[in-house]
Design a protein around this ligand. Structure first.
Ligand code: NAP
Length: 288
């Protein structure tokens, strides 16, 4: 790509940003689609978020991604917020509009597109979520939004799972989400098979030998297991799902698709499955 006077800039606002794969994914899509766009990371210091968002607008940036620790803090500096992002309470994509930026959450639509890519249909299903952090909460909202029948949350600290269930039930209806302590899984999971989304940080590099639930009986219940971790590529959770006959996926596709959806919002284009697969390959190559 040759950059010139017409090149549009997008970037990543976060702290830290040095480990990010987003420039690789975004610049690959720009190249593949022939868009005159460049994507760079911006390390924004604590206390400088408002100045960064205003500065990005003043510098005519087309858009930004927002990562840890600013996904919620950024809400107050936006001129508009997409309803799904509002409900999730976190924004990871800023799109330039008149007078400032509109915030979107593409993480969860990204997970949904990854599931569609993998042929996983959550419609009318009760889906299990392990964890009750920010990501688990967003997953529960997305599953409601996309037509799951319900979610069952398990967490080490059950009060946190209950808090998510209460919030989601507040708009979804009384019984959509149910919350339990991790160790209660055997009493709760009465159906034959489940889609399970592993949304804790357990098993992430460098603690790769760890797994949130170790008992074999749990893995007999898993038809599809998503570990939202992408480093390592094959977590212990995924190994256990596979060895018990389930389909196992990591969080790499979710990461790629959140970027794909952001690119589509910025450039008003549709990214093909072939280009998305190219992004996944780029990421896998970079991590070797
Ligand atoms: P978070 O808010 O810090 O929540 C962490 C969760 O992990 C909590 O439920 C916590 O339980 C649980 N946990 C941590 N250590 C545990 C342990 N030793 N035993 C049992 N439970 C434990 O994190 P988050 O922001 O929701 O992110 C969760 C994970 O999602 C991240 O680690 C990351 O791998 C993944 N992620 C993936 C993508 C992607 O694009 N693929 C994007 C963002 C995040 P307690 O409530 O009991 O503390």
């Amino acid at each position: 790509m040759i950059y010139d006077g017409h090149t549009r800039t997008c970037g990543l606002i976060g702290n830290p940003v040095e480990h990010t794969m987003s420039p690789l994914i975004q610049n690959f899509m720009a190249e593949e689609t022939g868009k005159n766009m460049v994507y760079v990371p911006f390390h924004v210091q604590q206390g400088d978020l408002e100045a960064a968002v205003k500065g990005a607008y003043a510098l005519n940036l087309l858009g930004c991604n927002v990562t840890v620790p600013y996904k919620s803090d950024v809400l107050e500096y936006l001129v508009d917020i997409d309803p799904l992002a509002k409900r999730i309470g976190a924004v990871n994509t800023l799109v330039r509009v008149e007078g400032g930026y509109k915030g979107y959450n593409t993480d969860m639509p990204g997970l949904y597109r990854a599931m569609v890519h993998d042929g996983v249909d959550i419609t009318g299903k009760k889906v299990v979520i392990l964890g009750a952090g920010g990501v688990a909460r967003a997953v529960a909202v997305m599953l409601y939004d996309k037509g799951a029948e319900g979610v069952i949350l398990f967490n080490r600290t059950p009060e946190k799972a209950q808090q998510i269930a209460d919030e989601v039930n507040g708009f979804a209806g009384a019984d959509f989400a149910k919350a339990y302590a991790l160790e209660d899984y055997a009493d709760v999971l009465k159906e034959e098979k489940y889609i399970v989304i592993q949304a804790t940080s357990v098993g992430m590099h460098p603690g790769v030998e760890k797994v949130i639930i170790a008992e074999d009986a749990f893995y007999d219940k898993i038809e599809v297991g998503y570990d939202l971790i992408f480093n390592p590529a094959n977590t212990r959770f995924m190994q256990l799902v596979s060895s018990h006959g389930g389909r196992a996926y990591n969080g790499a596709k979710m990461l790629v698709y959140q970027g794909v959806i952001a690119f589509e919002l910025w450039n008003n284009v549709s990214i093909s499955r072939k280009v998305a697969e190219g992004c996944i390959r780029q990421m896998e190559e970079a991590r070797k």
